[in-house]
Ligand binder design. Structure first.
Ligand code: SPD
Length: 386
């Protein structure tokens, strides 16, 4: 299937190029051409592009296809948390051209001058993007000058249904799935098969705030105290603070997790590939889950901004954005890609959520620096069990 999609994309490209060649002779002038500025500026950058993205986010073969078509060598590194990317950007001289922050961090990065405005003339496929999603991104990037959606998804509870049912015994599943990871009544039973939390203050404190009825993006330290008190009660039941959640769920280290929708779906597929009969699924908590948008942006000191624009344009082709959704289980913000999404992905309610649940979800906001520091303090104390 992968091969078919890629050869389809490349064949279409080749045909388009051939078409152009055929038209040229009819329009060629009889006299020698007068030298003039080329219609498309020549890209004189060295043929290198450095990308920094989340793990398990790019379809197999996509980077190689870009390299083959463009002749640009891509160095592709990954980071596991927004905090890690933030620290690199603030330290400066990242060496990266494209980074993929979540919008909750990107807002501050734009305001701090860490990301540069896009040269939109070089990214024609921006026209493929969904205006509704671009409107949402204006909360972080007021005039849509810097950020291009890579994917979106939500932070939720993922379970190995088989193992959770066994560990809960006669206790029925709660109506609100967040209870599984935040209420000792459930966590004390589930600790036997493994509870995992994402290892990041800005992933855990917001969902904890939401669970205790506060604004998930509260900047109020008093609210953090309430969330911390709740977390302290389940600390002894948490087995893992994970940055390898897909493997931890699919490999059986955890039966319940605070994780990302797409990664939980990937874990479900991986467990099956590995021969497990257990059913793994992302849940839709009755009180809602936290939406996120991860976005491509060009760093302020990128050495290869033209190559970066070429890659962004390549990713925004409908076929490529659809391939990301099909392979990585995250929805795309690319409207032109939607009719190319496989029915089993488009119809999976824990990937493309239905509108009645969507209205329950918590949209992303952003944190002040002080709030981020307070969250880190609360989270580290919780992790240490203090
Ligand atoms: N496998 C890709 C995971 C991307 C997760 N980004 C989530 C950011 C949520 N705040």
């Amino acid at each position: 299937m992968k091969k078919y999609l890629w050869s389809f994309a490349l064949t279409a490209l080749a045909l388009a190029a051939c078409g152009k060649k055929e038209e040229t002779p009819a329009a060629a002038p009889a006299a020698a051409p007068v030298a003039s500025a080329p219609a498309v500026p020549v890209n004189t950058e060295e043929k290198v592009l450095n990308i920094y993205n989340w793990p398990d986010y790019v379809p197999e073969g996509m980077i190689a296809a870009f390299e083959k078509e463009s002749g640009i060598k891509v160095n592709y590194d990954t980071f596991e948390t927004n905090e890690a990317l933030q620290a690199k950007l603030v330290a400066g001289n990242t060496g990266y051209d494209i980074v993929v922050p979540g919008t909750v961090f990107a807002k501050g990065q734009i305001e701090g001058g860490l990301l540069q405005p896009l040269d939109k003339a070089k990214i024609k496929n921006l026209a493929n993007l969904d205006p509704a999603i671009m409107a949402t991104l204006t909360k972080a990037d007021p005039e849509n000058k810097h950020l291009v959606p890579w994917a979106w998804g939500f932070t939720t509870v993922g379970i190995n249904k088989t193992k959770v049912a066994k560990a809960l015994g006669s206790l029925p599943m709660p109506e609100n799935a967040w209870d599984l990871v935040f209420d000792p009544k459930y966590s004390s039973k589930l600790k036997s098969c493994g509870i995992a939390y994402l290892d990041s203050p800005t992933e855990i404190i917001p969902v904890a705030l939401h669970y205790v009825g506060k604004d998930a993006y509260s900047n109020n330290p008093e609210d953090y105290k309430v969330a911390s008190a709740m977390l302290a009660k389940v600390r002894k039941d948490v087995r893992l603070f994970s940055s390898t959640m897909i493997d931890d769920i699919s490999g059986g280290k955890a039966c319940v997790a605070v994780g990302w929708s797409g990664d939980i779906n990937i874990a479900a597929g991986r467990a099956k590939e590995n021969g497990s009969k257990d059913e793994i699924e992302a849940l839709l908590p009755s009180t809602g889950a936290l939406i996120f948008f991860d976005t491509m942006a060009i760093t302020k000191d990128a050495k290869h901004p033209n190559n970066a624009a070429a890659f962004i344009d390549f990713f925004l082709r409908a076929e490529n954005a659809a391939l990301m959704s099909n392979e990585m289980s995250y929805p795309t913000g690319n409207k032109a890609a939607i009719d190319k999404i496989k029915p089993e992905i488009a119809g999976n309610k824990t990937i493309f959520v239905e509108s009645d649940y969507f209205s329950k979800m918590i949209p992303p906001s952003s944190f002040t620096n002080e709030a981020r520091e307070a969250m880190a303090t609360a989270y580290n104390a919780f992790k240490k069990g203090k």
